[in-house]
Design a binder for this molecule. Structure first.
Ligand code: CUA
Length: 342
């Protein structure tokens, strides 16, 4: 019986390390809302069904192995012999088949129920957010019937806690997949086809997500974050994001804006309130307020911004931003300007 005990111990250890290893920032095992809770519940149901099947099979194996160890005194069994009808074996095999069928169909049914519950609409009056996939970043738009109330940002999705959110997804180039594990399952972003995806976060916090469909060279550097905050904080953020960029007031920031407008930056980026209005790369109107840059690749610090502006191809090879060599004074002024865009 010590083999069984060892088996139980190793299964328990494996289960514990799965749980321990997955608690944290980006994990299905740490649900932050109703959809993710259902998915986590399904995980544990499947886990226990699979573990029970494993233990039963191992016990059957162990028993068979012990029985086949015939003593040396016994004469060898005749090779050809009509086996007598073994009623016990028939019952055991029948039971095993029945259990297998019940187990597999339970998993199938529970998966379908969980999938439908996680995907179904949860409100008639949700917060609507449009997510557009690009190689390799996420465009985040808060649509509004009044054009001057629209918010456009990148890679950082602010939401109010406890409210149903509908995420409309589409892609500008190839297939991507939106996956915030703590919040809900995956949803593919398809070129030319918009879909709706529901989620809700009940615990304030920052939840990391990432692209879950291979989409080219920098697929692994296509992360995003969901910032779930109180309704008051969310609407404060939204009001700040609606405003056009603040006009620079000191010499350094004015110089920084001039650098932006006279170099390649203006060819790809928008800063609302200025002449920069291109939509190739992320909208930078409030880039200074974001926590990360380059789709969760770097923290939004002076040093990281400098590295990114000078050599984006060294940091994220293959992305659409070209290198921008420039004198240190220009670079410093440009970074000061970008960081002033709160
Ligand atoms: Cu986008 Cu992988």
């Amino acid at each position: 019986m010590s083999a069984v005990r060892a088996l139980g111990l190793s299964a328990a250890t494996a289960a514990m390390s799965v749980v321990a290893g997955c608690r944290g920032q980006q994990s299905v095992m740490d649900p932050a809302g109703p959809q993710a809770s259902r998915i986590e519940w399904l995980f544990w149901v499947v886990f226990w069904i699979a573990l029970s099947a494993f233990v039963l099979v191992m016990l059957a194996f162990g028993r068979a192995a012990m029985r086949s160890g015939a003593s040396k005194d016994e004469p060898p069994l005749p090779i050809i012999k009509e086996p007598p009808g073994d009623r016990a074996a028939t019952v055991v095999v029948g039971l095993a088949v029945a259990l297998t069928v019940i187990g597999l169909f339970s998993i199938l049914a529970l998966s379908a129920v969980t999938g439908a519950a996680a995907a179904g609409p949860t409100s008639k009056n949700p917060v609507t957010i449009q997510i557009t996939g690009h190689q390799w970043w996420w465009e985040v738009t808060y649509p509004n019937t009044q054009p001057d109330q629209i918010v456009i940002t990148a890679n950082e999705i602010h939401i109010p806690v406890g409210k149903p959110i509908v995420i409309l997804t589409k892609s500008e180039d190839v297939i991507h997949s939106f996956w915030p594990p703590n919040v809900n399952g995956k949803r593919d972003l398809l070129p030319g086809n918009q879909t709706a995806y529901w989620m809700q976060v009940d615990k304030p916090g920052i939840y990391r997500g990432q692209c879950a469909e291979f989409c080219g060279y920098q697929h692994a550097h296509m992360g995003f974050r969901i910032v779930a905050e109180s309704e008051a904080d969310f609407s404060k953020w939204q009001q700040a994001q609606i405003k056009p960029a603040k006009d620079p007031s000191d010499a350094e920031t004015i110089r920084g804006r001039a650098v932006f407008m006279s170099r390649a930056c203006v060819m790809c980026h928008t800063i609302r309130g200025t002449d920069a209005g291109s939509r190739v790369g992320p909208d930078l109107t409030h880039v200074g307020s974001r926590q990360m840059i380059a789709a969760e690749t770097l923290p939004n610090t002076r040093g990281a911004l400098a590295g990114w502006i000078l050599d984006p191809q060294g940091i994220k090879p293959g992305n659409r931003m070209s290198p921008n060599p420039m004198p240190p004074d220009d670079l410093n002024a440009l970074i000061t300007y970008l960081q002033s865009l709160q």
